[in-house]
Write a protein that binds this ligand. Structure first.
Ligand code: CA2
Length: 148
């Protein structure tokens, strides 16, 4: 397994980070998250490309486009985590190794956030670590290079 290029997908409203609910999502912005991911990927010697959309179909399209281009996907589907069947179907269809990330600990929030349809298409779910969860996901994918 040789993971070099990863695609980081963020779903609806992640582009609004820092503007509201800092007690849940922190006070840093989406721009700060992009810088954080760039630095984390560089730290691990990987190339990361970030994509954000508020539309489920655009996320499915991006996952499909990743086929043959990216070796790993990190995805925070945001609210679609709890509603979308199309997103895990797309992840399974392209067969790219994927890790699910959430800024907050969805297991300790409202009951409707405790269900993730995405997780069954991912090797691992990391939740509740804020931005650090993305670093952890990059590290996890990078370490797959050693284990195979
Ligand atoms: O904890 C996470 O990362 C979530 O995926 C974030 C989603 C939420 O729907 C999921 O249940 C858990 C929300 C994304 C950001 O939402 C904002 C809300 C208010 C202000 C700024 C962003």
């Amino acid at each position: 397994m040789d993971i070099k290029k990863i695609l980081v997908i963020n779903g609806p409203n992640i582009n609004m980070l820092g503007l509201r609910e800092p007690e849940i999502y922190g006070s840093k912005t989406y721009g700060d998250l992009l810088k954080f991911i760039d630095a984390a990927a560089a730290d691990m010697g990987l190339e990361a490309h970030c994509f954000q959309s508020n539309s489920e179909g655009a996320i499915v399209d991006e996952i499909q486009r990743a086929h043959g281009i990216y070796d790993g996907i990190i995805i925070n589907p945001a609210a679609y985590t709890h509603t979308s069947v199309a997103i895990p179907d797309a992840l399974k269809a392209v067969g790219i190794l994927a890790v699910e990330v959430h800024l907050s600990d969805i297991s300790k929030r409202e009951p409707y956030r405790r269900i993730s349809y995405t997780s069954e298409a991912c090797l691992k779910t990391i939740a509740g670590l804020g931005f650090e969860g993305y670093h952890e996901a990059i590290r996890f994918l990078k370490n797959l290079n050693k284990s195979a």
